[in-house]
Design a protein around this ligand. Sequence first.
Ligand SMILES: Cc1cc2nc3c(=O)[nH]c(=O)nc-3n(C[C@H](O)[C@H](O)[C@H](O)COP(=O)(O)OP(=O)(O)OC[C@H]3O[C@@H](n4cnc5c(N)ncnc54)[C@H](O)[C@@H]3O)c2cc1C
Length: 410
Amino acid sequence: MQLSSDGQTWQNWAGNQSATVKEVQRPASLAEVASVVARTAESGERLRVAGSGHSFTPLVTTSGTLMDLSRLPAEVSVDSTTSTARVSGQMRLSEVGPALWERGFALANQGDVDVQTLAGALATGTKGSGPRHGTMSSRVRGMGLITGTGEHHEITGRDQRLLHAAQVSLGLLGVVTHVDLSVVPRYRLREDNAVMSVDELLDVWEGAKDAYHHFSFWWMPTSSSSEIYGLPPVPADHAYVKMLTAEPAGDGAEVAGGSGARSGPAYLIYPDTELGDPFYELEYVVDAGDDKETFLELRELMRHGFPQEATPLQVRWQARDEAYLSPQYRRDAVSLSVSGMPGTDYVPFLRAVDRRLRDRSARPHWGKLHFLDRDRVEELYPALDDFRAVRRSLDPRNVFLNKHLSDLLV
Ligand SMILES: Cc1cc2nc3c(=O)[nH]c(=O)nc-3n(C[C@H](O)[C@H](O)[C@H](O)COP(=O)(O)OP(=O)(O)OC[C@H]3O[C@@H](n4cnc5c(N)ncnc54)[C@H](O)[C@@H]3O)c2cc1C
C-alpha cells in the first residue's frame, strides 16, 4: 500500500487515484479486523480495504477508514484430496506461487504481473490468457469474510448465490480473510516469443490460440511502443506474441534460458512485464467469436484516428464463468487493452475505444479505466440484482461502499 509521509494520503501504483483518509487501520488478527469493522458500522462511517494498489479505478478510495491487512499472518494449506488450497487473502501472488509449489500445486493460470494481493486480484476478476482458462475468480470455491456487521462468514459451494457474488466482489461484501481456490498439480511453462506481421498473426490465429496453455499478443502501433511495457524491440504494425506451453514439473525450481525462450515453474514464467513507468490502462472484454474483427477494428482506429498514441494493444482470451460481476459472465471472451500515457491528453483516445466497443456489449475490467455509468452496468450484467441482494444482506449498513461504487452499482 502506498501512503504519503503524513500517513493519511493513499495513492495507487499508477498515481491516477488518491484519497485522504480519516485513519489507517492495520489489524494484526482476525479479531481486530472484526472489531474495526463492527466499530465502523456502529458509527455509520465507511471503510475500504487496500490491496497492493494496482487498480487504475477508484476502488480503494475513501474519506473514511482504510484497512491495510499486511500485518495479518500469511497462511497457505492444501487439501490434496480435493486439490483445494486455502490462502490468506492479503498474500501477494508472488508469495502464493512459491508456497503452492512447495506443496506440489500451482495456480491454473495467472496474469502478466504478480504484485497484486490474492483478494485484490480476485475482487476485479484478474485473469491471464487461454480460451480454456477462466479468470482467477472462476477458481474460487469458498471464501472467509468479515462482513459489514463485523461477523465472520464462511462462503462455500453449498450456496452458489453467495459464491458467485463473492468471486468478483469489488471489495463490497466484506474483508476477505482467506480464499479456497481450486488448484492444479504444479507444472512448468516453456515460454516462446515471436515477432509477427499482422498477416502472419492472422494466419496462425485460429490454431495457435487453442494450441497453447497461454496465447496472447501485443500489437505495436509504433516502433517505440514495446518500450512502454518493457518488452523487446518490435517494428511498427507488428505483434509481440507470447506462447506458453505446459510441461511436467520435474524436480528443479530454476528458470532456464533467457528472453525469447525460457522455461521454469509456472509462477515464475507468467509475470513477464516490467513494472517500469506508470501508464493508465483500459481493458474491455467482448465475445470471443468477435476476436479478430475487434482487433482489426481497434488497429484501424489507432492507425488512422489516433496515430500519436503509441500504446501497445494487448489481446488475450478467457473462458466463460458464473461470477455475477465477471466481465466473462456466461460469455467466452477476448479482452483487449490499451493505455493512455501520463502527461498526455489520452482521454479522447480511450473514449473513442470505448465508443467503438460499445456495440459489442463490451464489459470492462473493473480494475482498469472505463467509461461505464449505472445504466450501462444494468444493461451489461444480467445478474446485477443477484449481486445487489447479496451485498445488502452481507453489508446492510453500507460500510464498504465508496462514491465510485455507489454511483455505479448500488
Ligand atoms: C502493471 C499492471 C499489470 C496488470 N496486469 C494484469 C493482468 O495481467 N491481468 C489482469 O486481469 N489484470 C491486471 N492488472 C490489474 C490488477 O490485477 C487488478 O487491478 C487487481 O485488482 C489489483 O490487485 P491489488 O492487490 O493491487 O488490489 P487493489 O487495486 O488495491 O484493490 C482492488 C479491489 O480489491 C479490494 N480488496 C483488496 N484486498 C481485499 C480484501 N482482503 N478484502 C476485501 N477487498 C479487498 C479493494 O478494496 C478494491 O476494491 C494489472 C495492473 C497493473 C497496474
